[in-house]
Write a protein that binds this ligand. Structure first.
Ligand SMILES: N[C@@H](CCC(=O)N[C@@H](CS)C(=O)NCC(=O)O)C(=O)O
Ligand SMILES: [Zn+2]
Ligand SMILES: [Zn+2]
Length: 193
């Protein structure tokens, strides 16, 4: 049994170019697409199985990475953008015609404030950072995309690609969120290492 994880990773992971320094992304509209420009490569690129991140038709994962918000500008079609869910931490800006998400932005105090979330499959350029891990795998069950009994098969398929799988974010990103919370609460513990 083989799952349509996402077209970008179904046939293996192709490495990015560490010296690549950005490019442009566009929505799926043939006429007057929304376009954005990034002046840096992405980081933390990963597959996300959550229900909120944009997935191309048929895929059970989204592929999403981050850029500093100062690296991102909307270069055309700004008037076609709408915020999918203004109550979400990540305010995902999508094209109102084709529904593709161009970028997600955090406008509140948060560990990831200052980072925008993007899907570089919307770019023709090559060199973007490759996918590093898979997050929120169990969320695919919530959406009826995967049966509970199939979840370990999905994990196995991802591991065969050489990627680790998680049911939240990766430990590094979860730690970053936890450090932010500990600092906010004035309890961040100093390392004795
Ligand atoms: N199980 C939930 C998980 C949603 C979730 O927590 N998504 C993560 C990864 S994108 C997140 O950080 N969400 C914040 C947000 O969407 O604003 C779902 O699938 O909807
Ligand atoms: Zn569009
Ligand atoms: Zn997500």
């Amino acid at each position: 049994m083989s799952f349509n994880l996402h077209p970008v990773i179904n046939n293996g992971i192709s490495k990015g170019d560490p010296s690549f320094s950005g490019g442009s992304l566009h929505c799926h509209c043939k006429a007057s697409p929304v376009t954005i420009s990034l002046t840096s490569n992405i980081s933390h690129n990963h597959a996300c199985g959550c229900s909120k991140c944009w997935k191309p038709s048929g895929a059970i994962f989204s592929i999403v990475g981050v850029v500093p918000r100062g690296s991102l500008s909307v270069t055309s079609g700004n008037e076609k953008l709408f915020v999918v869910d203004s109550t979400a931490v990540i305010r995902r800006h999508a094209c109102k015609e084709c529904k593709v998400h161009l970028f997600g932005r955090i406008e509140q105090e948060h560990a990831f404030y200052g980072l925008d979330f993007v899907h570089v499959e919307l770019s023709e350029e090559k060199g973007w950072q490759e996918v590093q891990f898979a997050a929120f795998v169990s969320s695919t069950i919530e959406q009826g995309l995967v049966a509970a009994e199939e979840a370990d098969l999905v994990r196995g398929q991802i591991k065969k690609l050489g990627l680790e799988t998680y049911d939240a974010l990766s430990p590094g990103l979860m730690d970053a969120i936890a450090v932010f919370t500990a600092k906010k609460n004035g309890v961040l513990r100093e390392s004795k290492l």
